[in-house]
Design a protein around this ligand. Structure first.
Ligand code: HEM
Length: 441
């Protein structure tokens, strides 16, 4: 295999996943033992270490998969290998920069982009390099674009814009206007997630159409309807994240309706594909099939949760509790990670056709992954409900008493967290080993 950039991206992504879940595990241990590692990495640093590393897993893996699909499966000549190398090196160096920024306490950024803001410049440059390479390559080789090419192109282009937008707060006149500042900040985060969703959902549709060997699946009306819905959601879906901001109510309702419809359509697309797949294809791509089926289940679970907590009166009680964390982790693990694991299994099969990915151990890890995630998710919902009860329905109970009351819930959360980490380690190491072998070929 001559051009190895795609595999480098995916191998780095899997390493980030392994590292990131350990940060998550340590953060969950700090719920139970607040002094655990406190002198070195207190919770307010452990959390960004965890969140940044697992988001890097999603973004790097999606990027690697796209490079792989266009160069190795579609066999297109990449516009510039040099640009792809520069893209990879830039992201690696920036990743190191972000860790240094966290370790040295230079965390002047905000929320999910807590690192020192100057590091956003190389990240944006990396996305521009990717964009140039992507559009030049696809533009030259494909006429009638299937939906996944639109989705990937849109994800890349909007990623550049929203990363810039997330830093508008650095302009003093912007910061001076509180409502504008908070609205745009949350809008950009919603759109940032919307952009990586475009990449990941595009990958899901790509996998489905390749496995079924049915190109019409990626040209049909339903998938293009899904694309435009996703695009609208990317631009306006943020509004239901900002119930506390005094904006026009209709904006929130429209945004809410769009994001729910988007998930219903995605669930429908995967469900119809699962139903229509032949027994032979299910067997041939058994792990890809299983993970996509699991993603469908997690879309369904997250629709129920999001439908409930997006109702303003319920949102009032769930805001700022672990219910929001359940939503974030339920979607980033249950939907994004699951689709990406399906994609990496597909890539392993394409790179090493004789590699055994049908072992009992892999199937057990798959069951452990979904089972532990379910109880992990439920523990977060329970902790959120208890906290909400404390916030709104109890009087004269101190925060520390409420935290003590959640002690056993945190232990349950930690135990299922350990099981989840165990299953992720098994899956990621198997995939890593296979990809390292593919690198040598
Ligand atoms: C693929 C794996 C994972 C992904 C993609 C992921 C993603 C995330 C995200 C996006 C957040 C931010 C939540 C928010 O701001 O609402 C978060 C927070 C957190 N995660 Fe994870 N996570 C993963 C695995 C884990 C594991 C295995 C554990 C523990 C065993 C864990 C523990 C935590 C904790 C304790 C927080 C902080 C919650 C708080 O703010 O109180 N995560 N994670």
């Amino acid at each position: 295999m001559k051009n190895k950039i795609a595999l480098f991206f995916i191998i780095t992504a899997l390493s980030a996943l392994l590292l990131g879940v350990f940060f998550g595990l340590f953060a969950s241990l700090q719920y139970i033992i607040p002094d655990f590692l406190k002198t070195y990495i207190p919770f307010n640093k452990m959390r960004p270490f965890h969140v940044t590393t697992v988001i890097s897993w999603i973004v790097l893996c999606a990027t690697g998969c796209i490079y792989f699909f266009i160069t190795k499966v579609e066999q297109f000549q990449l516009f510039s290998k040099r640009l792809s190398k520069a893209h990879f090196i830039l992201f690696i160096l920036t990743g190191i920069g972000i860790y240094i920024s966290f370790l040295t306490g230079k965390m002047e950024g905000r929320e999910y982009l807590a690192y020192t803001p100057i590091l956003t410049i190389p990240i944006v440059i990396g996305w521009i390099l990717f964009g140039v390479n992507y559009f030049k390559t696809i533009g030259k080789n494909v006429k009638n674009w299937p939906v996944y090419y639109w989705m990937w192109g849109t994800g890349i282009a909007f990623m550049v814009y929203h990363l810039c937008e997330a830093h508008f707060w650095m302009i003093p006149s912007f910061r001076a206007h509180f409502i504008k500042d908070v609205s745009v900040q949350w809008k950009s985060y919603g759109s940032f997630v919307g952009s990586w969703n475009m990449l990941v959902y595009g990958i899901a549709i790509y996998l489905m159409s390749k496995i079924k060997k049915d190109s019409t699946l990626a040209h049909g009306k339903t998938v293009f309807f899904f694309y435009f819905l996703g695009l609208t959601n990317l631009m306006f879906g943020w509004a239901h994240h900002t119930y506390i901001i005094p904006t026009q109510p209709w904006i929130r309702y429209v945004a809410y309706a769009i994001s729910m419809t988007e998930w219903v359509v995605l669930a429908h697309i995967i469900y119809s594909w699962v139903k229509s797949l032949s027994a032979e294809d299910k067997k041939k791509y058994c792990m890809v099939y299983k993970f996509l089926k699991a993603a469908d289940f997690w879309v369904f679970i997250n629709i129920i949760l999001a439908l409930l907590f997006s109702i303003p009166v319920i949102n009032y009680f769930t805001h700022g509790t672990h219910i929001t964390v359940a939503h974030s982790m339920g979607t980033t693990i249950g939907i994004n990670t699951t689709i990406l694991l399906a994609a990496v299994f597909f890539i392993v099969q394409k790179s090493l056709p004789n590699y055994n990915i049908d072992s009992r151990f892999i199937k057990r890890s798959y069951v452990a992954f979904n089972g532990s995630l379910f109880f992990f998710f439920c523990a977060l919902l329970y902790a959120g409900a208890k906290k909400s009860n404390w916030m709104y329905f109890t009087k004269d109970v101190h925060f520390s008493e409420m935290q003590d009351g959640l002690y056993y819930t945190y232990i349950v959360f930690f135990i299922f967290g350990v099981a989840l980490v165990g299953s992720i380690i098994s899956l990621a190491t198997i995939l890593l080993r296979a990809l390292l072998k593919a690198l040598k070929n």
